[in-house]
Design a protein around this ligand. Structure first.
Ligand SMILES: NC(=O)c1ccc[n+]([C@@H]2O[C@H](COP(=O)([O-])OP(=O)(O)OC[C@H]3O[C@@H](n4cnc5c(N)ncnc54)[C@H](O)[C@@H]3O)[C@@H](O)[C@H]2O)c1
Length: 401
């Protein structure tokens, strides 16, 4: 089935703009029909710019617009829960930006509300939909990397663009909840969303900015199958927005660079007249522009998949349940940053696998006596085998001519 959807969009800031650029982009068939912002001026000028017939400053009114069937939530974190509950009560399909909640308690309330109302709900985690990530995930599913052992995901930039992000109460945290949510979901996708996150170790600090929340953090997530996720986030990084992922498997490796140094590098002494890319710090000198930002950041494939899932009556790739798991992992990270200990991930609801096959313990028998630990071609052209005696456990080497 192919429907055309009319959308209520809550929020006309950075994400509202990216979402509308995507939806009203080349020959899109789903349109923002009603837009809602905090002030009349914001809502009206956004509506005029994007040819949107209705605008308001009242979330309840916008959500209950009888002409719209989908609500997109793109407002500050502290307003997600109320907006989602209103939209669920109105019986609308709901797409909510990241993070789903400021914490797992809020996320769970939203998850339960949409399930009780029986409405379609998608979690707008664009960074798992970048074309490079989708192709990488497909390669991992096809076994190209063997068993995934370790996933590292990094998002850093010089800090967010609006006051509310810097307010601990409104945002629910600092860089970890803001950007760690992306990294955690990228990690879960590569390791397998079915595999339970068990415990985390995290360090967080406020290194540069005069705020209560953390402006940098590093976390480790241990999964039930022994795979490890590692995220690095910062609001103190200089030089633009650094989005990189690494996936290490028993049979292969993937390195992804989504934003800086992606193969498009430009030098200009005079600038190119304004905006270069999100969080770029200047417009002269060496620049790293992004060809089609909404596509390369995953927004285009994300909305295509979300609306196709809605039309076909199936769950999208990223659901409110995923948003809830991400929030629960991040809650554990904050707890670990305080306690300086490994902390368990508390999941009241777990829908994945209950028995996970360990990724460790690859044993290749060379013959009846030895197990192969490692094989390497040396500079002299000979091959060296590192072997373990099955019976004695002795480790020795053999050179093959
Ligand atoms: N890659 C991503 O997925 C991504 C990127 C940026 C932001 N976000 C998320 O999007 C949300 C908004 O972030 P942003 O960067 O667009 O913020 P922003 O400050 O740029 O914009 C916020 C918008 O919300 C509106 N708003 C605030 N209070 C409101 C109210 N009471 N009623 C109606 N509208 C109200 C403001 O008018 C503004 O249009 C956040 O949850 C953020 O985490 C996601």
């Amino acid at each position: 089935m192919r429907n055309n959807h009319k959308i209520t969009l809550l929020g006309t800031g950075l994400i509202g703009t990216f979402y509308t650029m995507t939806l009203h982009g080349p020959r899109g068939r789903d349109e923002v029909h009603h837009v809602c912002a905090a002030t009349e001026e914001e809502a009206r000028s956004f509506a005029q710019k994007w040819n949107i017939p209705r605008w308001s400053c009242d979330i309840k009114k916008a959500v209950n617009d009888p002409e719209t069937d989908v609500v997109i939530v793109g407002i500050p974190n502290h307003l997600h829960q109320e907006a989602v509950l209103q939209a669920a009560a109105a019986g609308k399909a709901i797409l909510c930006t990241k993070p789903l909640g400021r914490n797992a308690v809020e996320a769970k309330i939203m998850l339960e509300a949409v399930e009780k109302a029986g409405v379609f709900a998608g979690y707008l985690e664009d960074l798992v939909y970048t074309p490079k990530t989708l192709k990488s995930l497909d390669s991992v599913k096809k076994g190209a990397l063997g068993k995934v052992l370790w996933v590292r995901s990094r998002e850093t930039h010089p800090g967010p663009h609006s006051a509310w992000f810097w307010d601990l109460e409104k945002a629910g945290g600092g860089a970890i909840v803001d950007m760690g949510c992306h990294c955690v979901e990228i990690i879960r996708n590569f390791i397998g969303k079915d595999i339970k996150p068990v415990e985390v170790m995290c360090t967080a600090d406020t290194l540069v900015h005069p705020i209560e929340a953390e402006d940098s953090g590093i976390g480790l997530i241990r999964f039930e199958n022994k795979a490890i996720g590692q995220f690095e986030v910062s609001w103190t990084f200089r030089g633009g927005m650094d989005l990189r992922d690494e996936v290490a498997g028993t049979e292969g490796t993937i390195w992804l660079n989504h934003f800086l140094r992606t193969g498009f590098e430009m030098f200009t002494a005079v600038g190119r007249g304004g905006y270069v890319a999100e969080k770029a710090e200047g417009d002269t000198g060496w620049l790293f522009p992004v060809g089609d930002e909404v596509h390369e950041l995953g927004y285009t494939p994300m909305f295509a998949e979300m609306f196709d899932a809605l039309d076909n009556g199936v769950a999208p790739m990223e659901t409110f349940y995923d948003g809830y798991v991400v929030n629960a992992i991040i809650d554990a990270c904050y707890q670990s940053a305080r306690s300086k200990q490994w902390e368990p991930v508390k999941l009241d609801i777990w829908r994945g696998s209950t028995v996970a096959e360990s990724v460790s313990g690859k044993k290749v028998a060379v013959d009846e006596k030895f197990i192969l630990i490692k094989e390497e071609r040396m500079p002299d052209g000979k091959t060296k085998l590192i072997l373990k005696d099955k019976k004695t456990g002795e480790i020795l080497q053999q050179i093959m001519e």
